[in-house]
Design a protein around this ligand. Sequence first.
Ligand code: MEV
Length: 470
Amino acid sequence: MTISAPGKLMLFGEHAVVYGHPCITTAVDSRLTATIEPTDDGKVTIDAPGVSDTRFVDGAIALATTQWHIRHNGFRLSTRSPFSGCYGFGSSSAVTVATLKALAGLGHADIDDRKLFDAAYNIVLSIQGTGSGFDVASAVFGRTLYFVAGGKVIEPLAVGEIPLVVGYTKVKSNTVDIVNTVAGKRDTYPEKVDRIFLGIAKIVDQAKEKMLSGDWERVGRLMDFDQEYLRDLGVSSEKLEALIAAAKGAGAWGAKLSGAGCGDCMISLASPDKRKAVEEVIIKAGGEVVHVTPNAAGVRFETTDDQDEMFVVVDRNDNILGYKTRRECHHDPSLIHRTVGVIIYDGKGRVLLQKRSMTKDMEPGLWGISAAGHVTRGQTDDEAVRRELQEELGIDVPLTFVKKFITVNDQESERAALYRGVSDGPFRPEASEVSDIKFFEPREIKLLTASKSLPMTKAAEQTLHEVGIL
Ligand code: MEV
């Protein structure tokens, strides 16, 4: 199973947000992934090449096992990140969120986004000792958020396309150090610093309103005002100022630093006709243009199943009504679509079950019947069932048609055509589809499912009922 979480950019309100004021953050489509595979060897192996500080992954594993009671018999976790180590896109938060979500998936735990945010924020805060949590919120919820520290407010903003141009200073910032320096300044000059924060908070609220109405020119001006405050706070730098001035000189509506400051990225807003010129001057001023799309989706499950594959949609009597994609069929129970399934028995009458791979889009890691799959456009049931048997188990044996029936759950409705066959193997299970296969006595299946020791797909349960095994 692979989970991906987006990076983030702070649009307005950095630093002030640490002191209880709001900010606006957007998720960017540069995504960190965490892949988890059960190993059944009792060991936990971590492969996280881009993650310099493994405490976030370790913290996520500790929390999932102690607080969410995720039970496992060993797993391998690998993370990959296109943005760790630079840009300030929030790799620590993204890796914490993606790892927690992957562990919840491994343990089939029902963890909603709010619970995921609270858990990830606790981990990040306990390691960093400071931080508002806006980066965690971006990784979990994605999109563009109006956010108050600790998740007191997490409000998605329905903004249109944000005409953002991002420049990297090629200087890495240390957020914790900078936040601590600002805290020191506030201790020494509380009134001055709190006045700056109040000014920033006002800008955030105005920016929210202008972003919602799509007035990007005005949002750009507000970026300039926010930058003035940040400059006063002492968190800008020569390099940031050079890129900001260059962008403004090339016609950007506004520009500011993004995040802790002193390095990392600057952001600017520019009309489509000015975009190229702004990008060119950022490079000329010694920066690097970072191409990202804002307003990206939050943490999500990534699948190897082709979501655009066309399925056959039928009525309750199996008459073809039309064709719809896998994506559509799997989210709309009114679309009954054709599936085929096979139960393979061995010479002793035992039943072959398969454990679905963790990259399946539906019910990953659960046990199913011997082989099953969808009927795609232009295929007959007989063709589809032979293909599934070949693809999933690597066998070709004579099959007998058993019956047709309809299965329904919250997410989808299937018209199943069930077949049976006999084989003692050898089997060659396809790793992307199947993670394990095993023969069971029919009696054993009944006992194991009754004691909940054989987590099974809903469709498999219904199929085994149809043939009297359950
Ligand atoms: C850092 O990217 C943004 C800060 O406001 C810190 C935080 O909100 O955690 C400086």
